[in-house]
Every structure is written in C-alpha cells, then in structure tokens.
Design a protein around this ligand. Structure first.
Ligand code: ZN
Ligand code: ZN
Length: 344
C-alpha cells in the first residue's frame, strides 16, 4: 500500500471532509513539496455553493525530486500558482501566470489532485518554487501568493512611489495587502470598504484615509485629499463595477488604474472622456512577474505590518471554521497548518 496524506475536499454546501489519498510521486521537473502553510483565497465561494475546487496557494519544504533541477531536497519554498508550460515567451519572461499553454496537472501527474495545494504533499514544477530566506516563517512567506502578490505586481507596473497617492477599492485580503505594499513604498493610501472589521484592519496596516463606498461625499473627500487633482494610481480589488467606475473618475489626468478584482459584469467606458482626454492607463493585473519575487520577499521581511495581514491560523481539522471565517468577511488572510490537528 502506498503512503497516504490528508487532502481537503468539499462534500456539499458548507460541507468539507479530510480525505486520505496516496501521496503523489515526483515526475520530471515536478518535485514533491511537504506543505507547511496553506493560505485560503476564494475557496470559500466553492464552500458556500458546494462545488469542488483545487487550491492554488502554499508554502513548504522540498522533500523529493525526480531529477536534478532548480531546487534541492530540504529547500524551503513558496509555491506559485498554476501549471504553465515553462517554455513560451510569457513563461520565460516571468509572466507565467498568463501562459497560453498550461499543463493539465491531473493528466501530467497521473492523479486527479496533482495540481492541488490544499494537501499535505503537493507536486509543482521546480521553477515555480520561490526560495524562502531562513529568517522568514512559512506562514509569513506564504503571503507571496495572493496575500501580497497581485497588488505588489500592480504597484510595480504602475511605478508607484513615495510621491503618489493610491486609491484602493475593496478591503478583502488582497486589498489589505495592497495597503501594506503601497505603504511600504511610502505612498499615501485611501481605502474604500464597507465592512467595519476590514476598515479597522486597514487603519492598523497604515491606511491614511478609510472611506465607506456608501458615503455620499466620497468623491468630494477623495478630491479634497488630493488637492482636487485626483489620485495618482488605483488598485481595484473588489471586482465591483461601481468601484471600477469610482477609480476611473477619481484617478488624476495621466494616472494609472490596475484592475485586480475579478468581475464578470461589463464596465461602461467612454473612450473620449475617460481615456483620451484624461490620458489614463487602465491595466489588468492577475499576479506578479516571477522575476520580481525577491523584491516581494523583501517587502515580506521588512514591512513592519506584513505579518498583521494574517488574522487567523487554523489546524487542518478546523477547515470548516476556517472557510466560515473567510465567508464572514471579518478576516484578513486565513491560513491552514496542514500538520496540526490531524494524525501524522
Ligand atoms: Zn508558457
Ligand atoms: Zn489565491
């Protein structure tokens, strides 16, 4: 009988279980990582509607390789998302997240959960593993996934610096991570969020101005805060069309906007008034360029408030409570420790 491990699975609406499944085997450049921290992301949406998912965030230790490669057994690493090809122009330039030739991890590894990170052992291509400095814990380092990653990438692309004011719409874990990243650069930050818990958290992380989207004077207040010019850059993390419009209206002439929050609805845009006359740049940001991972690790190490983004840490057997916490919106980044609370 092959050795087994625990794997998180959704079994119905607001129902989970821990399955015992065989530990997958490393193959080619896919190495075996013993997972020590699992940050939760959007999985609570699957939990709420009872649909299956595969996790995409983790940090852990390389424990087995199939061939010599970019990592060694014993390396501590953060696991990047997806199963990109590693050969196309996007992959080799660090923009792997946009690869057009993603592997099917199940097909490649021979196991259905071959690409899953909500497990005790996962498989990942060696080049998608970012080294963790010795003095950074697994949970803290795991903020290099979606906790701090997408907004780091957005601020890099928008060249945000200490002379800028950044408007952040949405105060979930990604938006709060945006506050940390923007403050690390010395920028002034305005956060728009309605949940009181998140508003308070944003203040603790250093947000300079926190506003409710329902404040009837929100536009006046943002303009007054920027000497009637408008903000220099926007991080839209809510995935809400009203917030997207707020960003377009509040950004200054020649300003920049990054759309980070996923959104299935149409945003109405006027080419002349919104873009040409104002001269703004509107870009999409999913994650960050892998070649900048060492800079993000520096933020994680040196930001005095980075660790405060992690508001809840649960043992593996309390996955139900962890997902409920995510769904409550009264949290920052929620993490699972896959070796706590279970038989080892
Ligand atoms: Zn590729
Ligand atoms: Zn994520």
């Amino acid at each position: 009988m092959s050795p087994t491990m625990k794997r998180i699975a959704i079994t119905g609406v607001k129902q989970t279980t821990l399955l015992d499944v065989p530990i997958p085997q490393p193959i080619q450049d896919w190495v075996l990582v013993k997972v020590h921290a699992i940050p939760l992301c959007t999985e609570y949406k699957n939990w709420l509607n009872g649909s299956e998912y595969y996790g995409h965030e983790a940090a852990g230790e390389v424990v087995m390789v199939a061939q010599p490669g970019k990592v060694n057994v014993g390396d501590r690493v953060v696991v990047m998302a997806g199963a990109p090809c590693g050969k196309c122009t996007l992959c080799i330039s660090g923009e792997y997240i946009h690869c057009q030739h993603m592997h099917d991890p199940a097909e490649f590894t021979g196991v259905a959960y071959g690409g899953d990170t909500h497990v005790q052992y996962l498989l990942k291509q060696d080049w998608l593993l970012v080294p963790i400095p010795d003095d950074i814990s697994y949970t803290r380092a795991a903020l290099a996934c979606c906790g701090l990653g997408p907004t780091f990438g957005a601020l890099e692309n928008m060249n945000v610096s200490a002379t800028d004011t950044v408007l952040i719409t949405g105060g979930g874990a990604v938006g709060l991570g945006g506050v940390i990243n923007a403050k690390f650069r010395g920028a002034r930050t305005i956060l728009v969020e309605q949940v009181p818990y998140r508003q308070q958290k944003a203040r603790e992380l250093g947000a300079d101005l926190v506003l409710s989207p329902h404040d009837p004077d929100i536009r006046t207040k943002i303009m007054a805060y920027t000497d009637m010019r408008g903000v220099d850059a926007c991080l839209e993390t809510s995935g809400n069309v009203v917030a997207q419009r707020l960003c377009i209206d509040m950004v200054r002439r020649r300003g920049k906007i990054s759309l980070v929050g996923e959104c299935g609805n149409d945003l109405a845009i006027q080419a002349s008034n919104d873009f040409i006359r104002k001269g703004i740049s509107l870009m999409g940001q999913w994650h960050y360029n892998l070649n900048g991972a060492h800079k993000l690790m520096q933020v994680i190490r040196d930001s005095p408030v980075a660790e405060q983004l992690i508001t809840h840490v649960y043992p593996m057997n309390e996955i139900q409570q962890a997902l409920a916490t995510c769904a409550s919106q009264e949290c920052g980044k929620v993490m699972i420790l896959p070796w706590e609370g279970v038989d080892q």
